[in-house]
Design a protein around this ligand. Structure first.
Ligand code: ZN
Length: 254
């Protein structure tokens, strides 16, 4: 594995603009179960209803009343609120701190990249700790938001506010989607970590990098559909591989 990681480090250091794309695999080592694939919550219980977003838009008050109802744990391996960043998250934050990584696009909603210290984080599917206005896309921390009136109103425009997490049937917010596309088009090296990147729109982002002549580095425990397209494949859990990658980057940088 060390030799492959060394190859990845050289590729990263020779690139102008490195971007990471992460998915559920990064958070598995924090005890968060993935939705899809082996051991996934949806694999076990079936996918949630496809019309969640339509129902919210039809009756936002009912959505909020349901959301605020106390309930038992919802079946994540451990409670999302108790999960902590793992060495994979921390290594990505360190790569940004070193000036090596410019942006981090994630499909995860668990807030762990932010908590690990990453700054330029683009959350394609939203963030569970935030709320978002359905009219103007302004985002607010869930904690402390005025919920005395349901559905709560956006302080910016008066539109109604829902959880920032993107639901089935809900379009990806255009502001985030456009920034993900811009960062990918700008990138000449993408690190794809903990995701097979088969779900759109994330799936198209590595292809944008590849199409403009850039390189792809994959970090996944097993081969994925993306592997044949990648220049370097590191088949290991991100919590193991990324700290070694950071050490290699530091060594080669000097
Ligand atoms: Zn608004």
């Amino acid at each position: 594995m060390e030799a492959v990681i060394e190859d990845a480090a050289r590729l990263i250091l020779s690139a102008e603009y490195v971007v990471a794309l992460t998915g559920a695999g990064v958070s598995v080592e924090s005890g968060i179960r993935p939705f899809r694939g082996p051991g996934g919550i949806w694999t076990e219980r079936g996918e949630p209803s496809m019309d969640g977003y339509r129902r919210i838009m039809a009756d936002p008050k009912a959505y909020w009343e349901n959301r605020l109802r106390p309930r038992s744990r919802r079946g994540f391996g451990i409670s999302l609120a108790d999960a902590k960043p793992n060495p994979g998250h921390l290594a990505l934050a360190e790569m940004e701190e070193m000036g090596v990584l410019r942006a981090l696009i994630t499909q995860n909603i668990d807030d762990l990249h932010n908590r690990a210290g990453s700054r330029n984080v683009l959350e394609i599917h939203g963030n569970r700790t935030k709320l978002r206005c359905v009219s103007c896309n302004a985002r607010f921390p869930f904690e402390g938001f005025d919920l005395s009136e349901l559905p709560p109103k956006c302080p910016e425009c008066g539109g109604f506010v829902k959880g920032d997490t993107v639901m089935f049937g809900e379009p990806i917010p255009v502001d985030v989607l456009n920034r993900c596309i811009e960062e990918s088009e700008h990138s000449d090296c993408m690190l794809v970590v903990g995701t097979s990147a088969v779900v759109h729109p994330a799936a198209s982002l590595p292809l944008l990098v590849k199409r403009s002549g850039g390189h792809l580095i994959e970090v996944n425990p097993m081969e994925t559909e993306l592997s044949p397209l990648c220049d370097v494949c590191i088949f290991a859990p991100s919590g193991e591989a990324l700290p070694i990658l950071v050490s290699a980057l530091k060594r080669l940088k000097d």
